[in-house]
Structure formats: C-alpha cells, structure tokens
Design a protein around this ligand. Structure first.
Ligand SMILES: Nc1ncnc2c1ncn2[C@@H]1O[C@H](COP(=O)(O)OP(=O)(O)OP(=O)(O)O)[C@@H](O)[C@H]1O
Ligand SMILES: [Mg+2]
Length: 207
C-alpha cells in the first residue's frame, strides 16, 4: 500500500496546494501517509543547505531517503518539492517503489504572474540568486507518471487526476473512514504543538 507521490515543478506551480489536498483525501480514507513539503524540510532538516546545485541535489536525496524510511514501514509519502534536477529525481526513482512523479506543468509566465510568495519579484530584482526558472534551470521531467496542467486546469480537476491515478493502481481506498471535521481537528492540534515547539510547519523559507 505504501508509495511515494512526488509533486515537482516551478515555484508557484501548485505543489503545496495539490499535495495538501491529496494528503487530506488519503487521510480521510485511513491511509497511513506523511506529507513532506520542501519548505518545512528545508526549515527543520536542511536549514544549513544553500540553493547550489550540489545542495539542492542533497536536499532532494534527503527527502527521498525520508520517503524510503516511511515507505518501508508501510507509510505513504506525499512530497512537494521543486526537485529541479533530473539526476536527483532519477536517484529517488531508483530508490523508491512505487515512485509516482506528478509534474505540476505550468508555464513560467503563469507561475511568475501568480508569485504567491513574492519570490519571483525578488529574484528579478537580483535579491535572490539561483532561483529556479529565473537564474537556475528546471529540468523538465521526461516521463512523469502524471503530467498535471496546473496552469490551465482548476485545482479540483488536477486533484481528481491524481486520485484517479492512485485509484487505478489500487492505492486509494474507496471509502472514507474519518468523521467530518476529524482530519482538520488532528492537523490543527499537531500544527499548534509544532508551532509551540518552534517547528513552524508551513510558510516560505527565508532566502
Ligand atoms: N490547477 C492548479 N493546481 C495547483 N495550484 C493552482 C492551480 N490553479 C491555480 N493554482 C494556484 O497556484 C498557486 C500555487 O501555489 P503553491 O504554493 O501551491 O505553489 P508551490 O508549487 O508549492 O510553490 P513553491 O515551490 O514556491 O512552494 C496557489 O495560489 C493555487 O491556488
Ligand atoms: Mg510549496
């Protein structure tokens, strides 16, 4: 039942948005699953790493290794991280099975217009170096299991594509097991506890 579902794509392409909704759907159905968002992992595990090619690859491999540890214990991993380089994505594909790559396929024009964190504007002003899509490459996945048109279709339509894929592979139980409100209650209790202890679970990483 365990698997790794990796959302890759440019900043603003929709990785956090889609991964958190898919994570919710899995939790509602009683799947043992963890959500690994690049921002949270950078903050709490890889906080000393830079955005050089070497460090980005290392960060992506760390995420893959954590996913591996989860998977071997029967826990699915949903990852949201840019993972711009083919080499570290390939390493994770070799390590993880099943590894499901979900490419958030959105043009730079659209992600830059969205700029939900104001990072593109800062990158264009030269305040951020090595910014993917602006001053650092994004190597487009060649054969992703899912090619999600996140620039042209709705969030709901993209989530449905992912759920259909998982269902087709027998990775999505059909019935809901959590009572209404239970998921939100659990997640907000956990977020409050983490925040209290200094593990901020969400929000952009300072760059
Ligand atoms: N089909 C879609 N799928 C995902 N997001 C969409 C879609 N359509 C519009 N959006 C919007 O695009 C934005 C995507 O932002 P999000 O934070 O999810 O990006 P991200 O890929 O996690 O970026 P980052 O790498 O900076 O963390 C959100 O505001 C979301 O509402
Ligand atoms: Mg994100």
């Amino acid at each position: 039942m365990s698997f790794t579902l990796w959302f890759t794509g440019l900043s603003g392409a929709g990785k956090t948005t889609l991964s958190s909704l898919v994570y919710r759907e899995l939790c509602l159905r009683g799947v043992r699953v963890e959500l690994l968002d690049g921002d949270a992992v950078r903050r709490n595990i890889s906080n000393r790493l830079t955005f050089s090619r070497e460090d980005r690859n290392l960060n992506v491999r760390r995420l893959g290794y954590i996913a591996h540890l989860l998977n071997r214990n029967g826990v699915a991993a949903v990852v949201a991280a840019i993972a711009p380089y083919a080499e570290s994505r390939a390493a994770n594909r070799a390590l993880l099975a099943p590894y499901i790559e979900a490419f958030c396929n959105c043009s730079l024009e659209t992600t830059e217009a969205r700029d939900p964190k104001g990072l593109y504007a800062r990158a264009r002003r030269g305040e951020i170096q090595h910014f993917t899509g602006v001053s650092d490459p994004y190597e487009t996945p060649e054969a992703p299991e899912l090619d999600l048109p996140t620039g042209t279709e709705s969030v709901r339509a993209c989530v449905d594509r992912v759920l259909e894929h998982l269902a087709g592979r027998g990775l999505l139980p059909a019935t809901r097991v959590l009572a209404p409100g239970e998921f939100e209650r659990r997640e907000s209790d956990r977020a409050a506890r983490l925040a209290e202890l200094g593990y901020l679970a969400s929000g952009p990483v300072a760059r």
